[in-house]
Design a protein around this ligand. Structure first.
Ligand SMILES: [Zn+2]
Length: 141
């Protein structure tokens, strides 16, 4: 992982469909800027619009790349310890229509097993996956 964005990489962007700042996959770059992205939640493709926290996140990771590595390691340890106490047999397939609760185990087709760290809003959850936290949508019709 480098600090620069590239096609195929993850980025937090504003989803025009979900109307939330969510994890996206970069489809196309123009220079050093993401141009087109695909929403990890609704699979919708649209032009890149920065999520609210994007500027802050980028500035921090540019300054301290080693800290970013450490935080990934911490993320993974956190992931393992949370999953150790979780009931894996009850992992539920992720769907934007589902209603997940804190500490529930999610089975996501793309990111694998994750655990709900927090329910941020009725329709927005913070899920910890093997490589990072991701904001996911739930309770969508
Ligand atoms: Zn979306």
């Amino acid at each position: 992982m480098t600090d620069k964005h590239s096609a195929g990489g993850d980025i937090e962007a504003w989803c025009t469909k979900c109307k939330l700042a969510l994890g996206h996959t970069i489809i196309a770059m123009v220079g050093n800027s993401p141009k087109r992205v695909k929403c990890n939640t609704c699979d919708g493709e649209h032009n890149y619009r920065a999520g609210r926290t994007e500027k802050k996140v980028r500035a921090a990771s540019e300054k301290a790349p080693t800290r970013k590595l450490k935080s990934q390691e911490k993320n993974y340890n956190d992931y393992l310890s949370r999953l150790a106490g979780a009931d894996m047999t009850n992992a539920r397939k992720y769907s934007i229509k589902s209603d997940f609760k804190k500490d529930e185990v999610i089975d996501h087709p793309q990111f694998g097993i994750g655990i709900v760290v927090a329910v941020i809003q009725l329709n927005k959850i913070d899920v910890l996956f093997r490589d990072s936290h991701r904001l996911m949508v739930q309770n969508r019709e």
